[in-house]
Design a protein around this ligand. Sequence first.
Ligand SMILES: N[C@@H](CCC[C@H](N)C(=O)O)C(=O)O
Length: 265
Amino acid sequence: MHGLGNDYVYVNCYEESIEAPALVAKAVSDRHFGIGADGLILIQPSEKADCRMVMYNADGSRGAMCGNGIRCVAKYVYESGRVQSPRMNIETDSGIRRLFCRTRNGKINLVDVEMGIPVVEKREVLEAGGRSFSFTPVNMGNPHAVLFYTDVESLDLMDLGPLLERHERFPDRTNVEFAQVLDAQNIRLRVWERGTGETMACGTGACAACAAAISMGLVKRKVVMHLTGGRLDITWANPGGPMVMTGPAAEVFRGEISLKDFLKN
Ligand SMILES: N[C@@H](CCC[C@H](N)C(=O)O)C(=O)O
């Protein structure tokens, strides 16, 4: 499934179990020798919520939260009948998130997610590769560094991404957002994801960039984020309350893989 092209392989762990998920994430994510994905997401039963999401990046590292992934998890559990109400709670490594699925003809087309309260820190400057970068650290349940540019299309993310993701300022590495404010209600965003590289979209990254821009007074509290894979609508009505992100979720195909044989090769 994918949310705006941010694609993951999802495993229904109500019926399957995965012994070495980090290894499996790396292997299935490979776009040439595997299935091809930005990572792996396990859909598990939860004792605290309607279900649980556990996510791994393409390099096998674990992420605490995935904004695009959680919409797809909601779509899966609702459309498969595991969760019967379009309003549901999903447990993640960064806490429980509340979601609302908007349906058309029994199928989900958009999902609203309460993404939590962003923690926006003061702007900082760091030196990397002989250059200075000014950024805003934002925590959305996972770490982000938001940078603002006047033109993000011309940036070389293959150069800038790894330089910032692995900078010593971020001992746990970081997701990096390259944002261009188009006007008070629109932001163009490219994202370099920790553990995966440049992706078509990132839900937590979109919220982080939006929160940084709102805190700097650059945009209003309701913003359309234009990611490479499409749009996310984000509202942060009240600084003490959660951000709400709305976006699509899509299934591409279902399949079966024998991990024993696959990991051996
Ligand atoms: N694609 C995600 C974020 C995935 C996790 C991230 N790479 C991390 O390591 O924190 C999203 O849509 O939020």
